[in-house]
Each structure stands twice: as structure tokens, then as C-alpha cells.
Design a protein. Structure first.
Length: 329
């Protein structure tokens, strides 16, 4: 066989190899048509900053209150008691959320002078109800709480958002919630931090959930660091005073043109003593819901994967060009 024919054979294999390897990936990740939504048609939100007593450790599953707030991470972490001193409530608080969270949303900074001087550390929350490419949700763009008190009195940041949307296309959707945080432990006896998001998504009177993600750590303490989520999770820095962690909980569903969607979600942050927990970007490429609640606006996973596939395609094409440039004998 001539060298020219050998070179042609190599090039043919390269083109065929790219088509067979990359195009099925592109077809896979394109998936069904993503749902699109209008709204929020209605929205309301509220925020509470408080100091709460830290009770006995609680085994078993996480415990949530009537407004979706985390009362205990469970799994050997403490159960919170009632507020100590005043509660700084913005927009009616989580029990009676009344402030609009339509863009640009609701933003509040804790005022320790209102809450309990010397006990509460600092905190802030920013939440908004909005649509994004391919979906809609109640989103927290920033949040943290930091504790300044002795062991036994936790600084707590609770926030809640409710919103309604309408679908303008027939499509499969993924409902869910997601959470990603950083934590810094105070390196003191009894120090721990916890965060949780709990939400329900209602599509044409079909209630999905409640879905939740719970994250807790006591750093080098005796308890186990953990993430409770149904779909995806990760914990980086377990057993250390500094960590990041994330979790995603998903359920499939469907919408039709004109479907009415209601989302109700609550975020809780807990820190004690001299510890901090707050917002961290979720790692790239983690699948996120079409409808739901979580930390910041998600990027459509299909776009991320499409970009990866294009890089693979270009890489293989360049490799083939370089290989063809080598004399074939």
C-alpha cells in the first residue's frame, strides 16, 4: 500500500473517530427541550436574625420547624431552642413573609444592637425570585452568619422566599433544591456550623417535596461532618477548621403550557461559637434543577457539557492534523 493511501486512511479514521465519539455525546446532552417560564407573578420573602439557645445533641434525621427552618441537623448535632433576646425581622420574617423578592430582590444586614449585644456576631442575606435560562426559582445570591458568643448561644440566620411562575412550553422539568457553603470553625470546644435549605415545588396542585439539603460540621470535633442530599453531594476539608461542601436534591416532573408553579423555600444558617458559615459557588458541572431553590443562578448544565464537547472536538481535530503532518513513509 502506498504512503499516500496510508495517510488518507489515517485521516479517514480521525474524522470517523471524531464523529463516532463526539456526536453521540452532543446528542445525549442536548436532551429534551428545556422549559421556559414567566414571572415571578407573585413573590414574598422574609428574614430573621436571632440568637438561639443550643440544646442537647439529637440523634436521627434533621428536624425542621413549621416555616421550613432547620432546628437541628440531627446526626448527633444540637437541637436549637427558642430565641434569646429580640429577633431582627425583615419583611415579616419567615413566619409571615411579606416583602417583595421580585428583582432586584430582598437584601438585609444583621444589626447586633437590635438582636443581642455581645451574643450575635454578624450576617446578611440576599434573595430574589426570578427566571433564568431554562428555569425559574427562589435564589440566594449571598448569605452568611458569624457568631461572636460563647458556647451555648448560636447566631442564626433564617430566610424564606415564596414565588409563583407560569410555564410557556410543554416540557419535562427537574424540581429540586441545592446548597453550597464554606465554613470556618472557631477552634473552640463545642464549635459547630450548619446550613440547610428546604423547599416545596407545586406544579398545577401537584406538590413535590419537601426537598432538602443539610450540611453540618464541627471541624476537628467528635461529630461526623456530613451532607444530607438525595442526588449529588461533596464535602471538602472534613475534620478541618475550614471546609466547603455542597448538596443537590432532585425529582423529575413535567409542565405543560400554562402550568402554574409555586415555590416555597427556607434557608437556615447556624454558627456557634466564634464560627462562620456562608455562601460558596457550587462546583461547575453539577446538575441543578429547572425549578426550585438554591444558592445563586444556575448555569444550564447542557451549556457546560456542550462547551466540554466542543473542546474535545477541537482537540481531536488538532491532534489529527498534527498526526497527518508526520510523514507516513
Amino acid at each position: 500500500m502506498s504512503s499516500k493511501l496510508k495517510g488518507y486512511s489515517i485521516r479517514s479514521f480521525c474524522v470517523r473517530d471524531i464523529i463516532l465519539r463526539v456526536l453521540p455525546t452532543l446528542a445525549l446532552i442536548s436532551g429534551p427541550v428545556r422549559a421556559e417560564f414567566i414571572g415571578p407573578l407573585t413573590s414574598s420573602g422574609g428574614i430573621d436574625f436571632s440568637v438561639k439557645s443550643v440544646g442537647a445533641d439529637l440523634l436521627g434525621a434533621p428536624v425542621f420547624g413549621p416555616s421550613g427552618q432547620l432546628l437541628s441537623p440531627g446526626n448527633g448535632y444540637p437541637l436549637l431552642g427558642g430565641p434569646i433576646g429580640a429577633v431582627q425581622s425583615i419583611g415579616g420574617g419567615i413566619a409571615f413573609p411579606s416583602a417583595s423578592i421580585a428583582p432586584p430582590g430582598l437584601f438585609a444586614v444583621a444589626n447586633p444592637l437590635v438582636i443581642d449585644t455581645g451574643q450575635f456576631g454578624s450576617g446578611l442575606t440576599q434573595l430574589v425570585a426570578q427566571t433564568f435560562p431554562g428555569g425559574a426559582g427562589v435564589l440566594w445570591n449571598n448569605f452568611f452568619v458569624s457568631d461572636a458568643s460563647a458556647n451555648g448561644f448560636a447566631s442564626v440566620n433564617d430566610s424564606r422566599g415564596l414565588a409563583t411562575f407560569t410555564s410557556i412550553i410543554n416540557s419535562p422539568v427537574t424540581a429540586g433544591c441545592w446548597l453550597s457553603v464554606f465554613g470556618t470553625l472557631g477552634n473552640q470546644p463545642g464549635a459547630f456550623v450548619a446550613a440547610a435549605i428546604q423547599g416545596t415545588i407545586t406544579i398545577d396542585n401537584q406538590v413535590i417535596g419537601p426537598l432538602s439539603v443539610v450540611i453540618a460540621s464541627d471541624g476537628p470535633g467528635p461529630r461526623s461532618d456530613f451532607v444530607s442530599a438525595t442526588s449529588f453531594s461533596g464535602f471538602f476539608g472534613a475534620g478541618a477548621n475550614d471546609f466547603t461542601a455542597f448538596g443537590v436534591s432532585l425529582l423529575p416532573s413535567n409542565v405543560v403550557f400554562g402550568s402554574n408553579i409555586a415555590i416555597d423555600a427556607t434557608l437556615t444558617l447556624i454558627a456557634d461559637p466564634s464560627s462562620t458559615i456562608g455562601f460558596a459557588p457550587i462546583p461547575a458541572g453539577i446538575p441543578l434543577p429547572t425549578l426550585g431553590a438554591g444558592a445563586s443562578v444556575p448555569e444550564p448544565a447542557s451549556l457546560v457539557l456542550m462547551g466540554f464537547a466542543v473542546v474535545v472536538l477541537l482537540g481531536q481535530a488538532l491532534w489529527c492534523r498534527a498526526r497527518d503532518a508526520v510523514p507516513t513513509g
